[in-house]
Design a protein around this ligand. Structure first.
Ligand code: ADP
Ligand code: MG
Length: 326
């Protein structure tokens, strides 16, 4: 009798101390938030409760800082300033924006213009919510304005547009960049396990304490379903789809990814997912591959070391790049 009571008491103490210990060693902290016109989420393992909560807020603030710099909807953003003034003469921007413009230019060159932030010269004539698209006449006038070579990156962080009417938008890269910045901030603060996601861009720092993170690829036509779940650690994954912002008219799906050559939405694919080391590049590459289509996109991604891709065609077929095929 006595022995039994002792055992029960002893195990009770063990249980309490196990709970206390796990609290003392750390806990998962999570926060969903809205930013850059999309849903974002951060999850991290923090050894100190207060510090963890401060880091969640720091991540949200970092997104907002980048949004204030790069949003086309904020009049005071550097991006809006460029769109207003860069056709009239050189405009000085922050080193940070300048460097992102350089990355965009590199990918534009590499992809032979499939990725082109000057798509916005036509892109701003679409309003997916209001079901508005440019008329054939407007499209014909605006299409020649899409050309990444019109964006001159000059010395001393100065930028100039070669033609009046050229507009740029960083919707294909800024979110991935912000996710990457957020992860950098957490890593520098000593965090070892974290996930940051915004829209279709997700970055994992470390693993989920002994097991991989699981990242789902959405079903492009059933918003509550997924087509695959990938176990990932310490890497980036981005998905571009034709189902995020779109409207359908006369059987044609007008969506937010534009082929710079036509000023219209490509139709061969429903989604493209890119895996790689950082979200700045996986974000931009997923948009690029979407524009290129299956055949050209697959050949292109096979040339990029460190990157893999999953294509979902309009016929609901899945295609994997060679590094994933097994
Ligand atoms: P999401 O914003 O849903 O994550 P994507 O990563 O697929 O989507 O990027 C789509 C965005 O990229 C569009 O909303 C637009 O801002 C921008 N974009 C569209 N077409 C191009 C293009 N050809 N080159 C560069 N950016 C583009
Ligand atoms: Mg993208």
């Amino acid at each position: 009798m006595h022995i039994i009571r002792f055992t029960v008491t002893f195990s009770f103490f063990l249980l309490i101390s196990a709970v206390l210990c796990s609290n003392a060693l750390g806990q998962w902290q999570r926060m969903p938030f809205q930013t850059m016109g999309t849903q974002a989420y951060v999850e991290l393992w923090a050894e100190d409760d207060k510090r963890g909560k401060d880091l969640l807020v720091a991540v949200q603030n970092e997104f907002e800082r980048i949004n204030q710099l790069m949003s086309p909807y904020i009049d005071s953003s550097e991006l809006s300033l460029l769109n207003r003034e860069a056709a009239d003469g050189p405009v000085t921007v922050s080193a940070e924006l300048y460097q992102l413009l350089q990355q965009a230019e590199q990918l534009a060159t590499l992809s032979d213009g499939a990725f082109d932030i000057s798509f916005a010269s036509v892109g701003f004539s679409y309003d997916y919510r209001q079901h508005i698209k440019p008329s054939t006449e407007l499209l014909d006038t605006q299409r020649p304005l899409i050309n990444y070579r019109h964006i001159k990156l000059l010395a001393d962080n100065q930028v100039q547009f070669a033609k009046a009417g050229v507009k740029i938008d960083l919707g294909g890269i800024a979110k991935g960049y912000a996710v990457e910045q957020a992860i950098d901030l957490l890593a520098e603060a000593g965090v070892k396990h974290a996930l940051v996601t915004a829209g279709g861009d997700t970055r994992l720092l470390g693993d989920k304490r002994g097991r991989p993170w699981l990242v789902a690829i959405k079903h492009p036509r059933k918003s509550d379903d997924i087509v695959a779940q990938l176990p990932l650690t310490n890497s980036a994954i981005s998905t571009s789809g034709d189902y995020e912002r779109f409207f359908i008219e006369d059987g044609v799906r007008y969506h937010h990814i534009l082929d710079p050559k036509s000023g219209q939405s490509p139709s061969g694919l429903m989604s493209v997912t890119v895996l790689g080391p950082d979200t700045t590049r996986t974000d931009a590459l997923s948009t690029t591959l979407f524009v290129m289509g299956l055949e050209r996109g697959m050949a292109f991604i096979e040339q990029q070391t460190q990157f893999e891709a999953i294509f979902i065609s309009s016929e609901h077929q899945l295609y994997f790049s060679s590094g994933l095929a097994q």
